[in-house]
Design a protein. Sequence first.
Length: 198
Amino acid sequence: MLLDAGARVTLIAPQLSPELERLVALWMLTHHARTYVAGDMAGFTLVFSACGDASLERNLADEARSRSIPLNVADAPELCDFHTPAVVRRGPLQIAISTSGASPAFAARIRRELGAQFGPEYEAVLNILRCARNHLRRNVGNREDRSRRLRALADSDLPELVRSHDTGAIDALLRRHIGASLRELVPLRAADDAPQPK
């Protein structure tokens, strides 16, 4: 999440998981292959700890507070200045779940349940809704009419139709509410239309 937000991340750890090794190899984060040393957090804006060493985590909390740096310690809510939510992401849709540190494992469970409920089709649905909104802004001058049409489309069974890949029903729905077909709203890129090499 930090990398997605554009943060410059520094990781202090003697060993890395394969995914973290990949990020280091891609120069996406800085890695110091050692244990934490007092003073390492100087100059940082935010600190996360997931070391599992209770003594070190208490020292980190003391140092972070002395430097006015917000700290999050995995599985130690009493040492945290903030909590990170579990997040379900489907393109522009983001659903954040927080237990305020009471049970990150339960937040992860809820994330899995919501992830199953709001599947990958929701990214496509939001893309269609964005395009429909832009189309109506360009072609329908009456704001109330635009809002009514967009509410009707948002309240429709569009997610189910996208999930089932029923383009005929999607087109009919869009023509009824927006006055345009799926292809008119979400035109294919020229490269997608070009013949593919064999």
